[in-house]
Every structure is written in C-alpha cells, then in structure tokens.
Write a protein that binds this ligand. Structure first.
Ligand SMILES: Nc1ncnc2c1ncn2[C@@H]1O[C@H](COP(=O)(O)OP(=O)(O)OP(=O)(O)O)[C@@H](O)[C@H]1O
Ligand SMILES: [Mg+2]
Length: 300
C-alpha cells in the first residue's frame, strides 16, 4: 500500500484534512484534454469515458438535460450538486442501469450501444450504491466474492466437465479477494455477517466488492454519506490508494465539499438536471452559478 498521504497533506498545509496535495499543476486548458502528471505524481491519460448530450427522462421528470462531460484515464472525477440534481441518475447511465433517451456514451474510444448492467460490468465498470446493497446475512468474505461473479469464465456446465479448470479459477478468485480484503484492512471481520457491521464498515465492504471485480472505472455514489470525520478520512485514504495503486479511474458523487476539493482532479457540477460547472476544484468553487446553486438562489 502506498504512503499515508492524508497525514502528509495535513502536515503540509494544515487544512487539507483528506489528504491529496492541492492541484497546482496545469490549468484547465492543459487538463481538459488529459495526458498530464498531477502535482502528486499520478499520470492522467486521455479520455476513458465520454458522455455526449445525455438526456434522461422519467415520465414527465427530466433527470438529466443534455449533459456532456468526459472522464480521463487515471483521474478522480467528482460529480456534485444539490439533492435531486440528477447525480445518481448520471451514475446509473454510466453503469447501464438506465439507458438515456438521447445522447451517446463512449467507453475506451468506442460508442456503447444500449447495454444491460451486467454487460457494462463485463466491460470493466464497477460501482457502489447510494443505499448500501449487500447481502446482510452473508459474511464479508462471501459478499466480496460476489464481486468476482462477472469475471468468472467457467459456467456451471463447464464446472461439471472440467473440474480442474473450475477449481483453478476458484483458487485465483479467492486469492484476489483476499488481496482486496487485506488492502481495505477488513481481515478482522472477514467471517462476520454484514448485517452485524456498523454503517462505515458496510460502506468499506461495498467498496471491497466493487474492487474485487478489478474495474477499470469505479463508480462511487456517496461513499462517505453518514460517516463521521474519522471514517471519512479512512475512506478518503482508501479511495486515493485504490487510484494510486491500481491506476483505477474513479467517478464519485459526494456532498462533503472538503472531501471533493481534496480528492478530485476535476469536478462536474449538476443542478436541476443541467451541468452548471466543470473544471478543477478551485475553478468550480469560484464559479458563480455553482455558488448560487449551493446558496439556493432561485432559478429562472
Ligand atoms: N427511477 C426514477 N423514477 C422517477 N424519477 C426518478 C427516478 N430516479 C430519479 N428520479 C428523479 O430524477 C431526479 C434526479 O434524481 P437523482 O436521484 O439522480 O438525484 P441526485 O442528484 O442523486 O440526488 P441526491 O443528492 O438526493 O441523491 C429527481 O427529481 C428524482 O426524483
Ligand atoms: Mg443520489
């Protein structure tokens, strides 16, 4: 596991409690195309995912109105906005839970046809949910194992015929799952039924399950909601470490502005289904439309 950037950040700047060193790298003009190195030495590549003119309606409600943005390889991209802004809906479009009525989704350079969530998962996109979705009666270990399901090559029939191959796959899956459990420091609770865990640990188990799928792109819907400051610091550190160690690209929704400002490379701001800001944390913080949306200034 990489260094404890949380403390480095705190010691260096005094106010940077969630740890990533402040972006002092290239300005937005350089960053918008990707392919740069961040202040803390992470390599950001080109466009991994591009959402083009996405519109999503539920009956009379337009949850997303003509939104475009991209996600660069290796970056931590935040999606923020007031309640009901359409953030979860956007994550649900990326993960294939909803297919938008209008717009196009490009992943790894190819236009993605409408897909089912499992097909999107097979492409290397894993997620956690705003409301934790774990099997409460099952152990932590078994829950994390379910994250491997999309990766399993051997089906039931093949398992019966080629026992050796299936066994090998099982062993490999177990090894990877144990690695994830170590990484997220949940060894001590690996046999505990999830239903007995406190909320903060459940959130970490959900992250573990998503990581077990070895995603290229990890989607986190409010990974720190309902956590105390210490739990948020831990979760922030794990998110940074995942990004750093495995070069996993991360898109996350978060309400805590301290977390967003410290963790993310770029931020998309939504309000009433529209995109009202897009840029570095500093850029969006100084954007008047964003300030107004958060202060509840009325909309025309
Ligand atoms: N399945 C659905 N059916 C009907 N309307 C929906 C559905 N999902 C979301 N909506 C509506 O779409 C809008 C955006 O909701 P969404 O959950 O995406 O917001 P959000 O930004 O994630 O909010 P929050 O911060 O409260 O989680 C809301 O008006 C919501 O009521
Ligand atoms: Mg939401």
């Amino acid at each position: 596991m990489s260094g404890w950037r949380r403390n480095e950040g705190r010691n260096a700047s005094g106010g940077d409690i969630y740890g990533k060193k402040k972006q002092q790298g290239p300005g937005m003009n350089d960053m918008s195309g990707g392919n740069y190195v961040t202040e803390d030495g992470r390599k950001i590549g080109g466009v991994l995912m591009e959402m083009k003119n996405i519109t999503l309606r539920f009956g009379g409600v337009t949850a997303i109105k003509d939104i475009s943005f991209d996600i660069h390889e290796g970056e931590i991209r935040a999606i923020i906005g007031p309640n009901g802004a359409g953030k979860s809906s956007m994550l649900n479009v990326i993960s294939g839970f909803y297919n938008p009525q209008e717009g196009e989704v490009f992943f790894r350079g190819s236009k993605r046809p409408p897909m089912k969530p499992y097909q999107v998962a097979n492409q290397g996109i894993a997620r956690t949910f705003q409301n934790i979705a774990l099997f409460e009666g099952m152990s932590v270990l078994d829950n994390v194992m379910t994250g491997r399901l999309t990766q399993m090559k051997t089906n039931m029939l093949a398992q019966a015929i080629w026992k050796g191959k299936a066994e090998r796959e099982e062993v490999e899956n177990r090894e990877l799952v144990e690695k994830v459990i170590d990484f997220l420091e949940i060894q001590a609770i690996r046999k505990t039924p999830v239903g007995r865990l406190p909320y903060g640990l459940k959130k970490r188990v959900e992250l573990a399950r998503a990581l077990a799928a070895e995603p290229k792109l990890l989607l986190l819907d409010e990974p720190m909601a309902g956590m105390n400051v210490e739990e948020k610091e831990d979760m922030s550190r794990f998110i940074l470490d995942v990004n750093d160690e495995f070069s996993t690209t991360i898109a996350l929704i978060e309400h805590d502005m301290g977390v967003v400002m410290d963790l993310s490379d770029r931020v998309v701001v939504m309000d009433y289904g529209k995109k009202i800001g897009d840029g570095t944390p500093d850029e969006v913080r100084n954007n008047q439309d964003v300030v107004d949306a958060y202060l509840g200034v009325s909309h025309d």
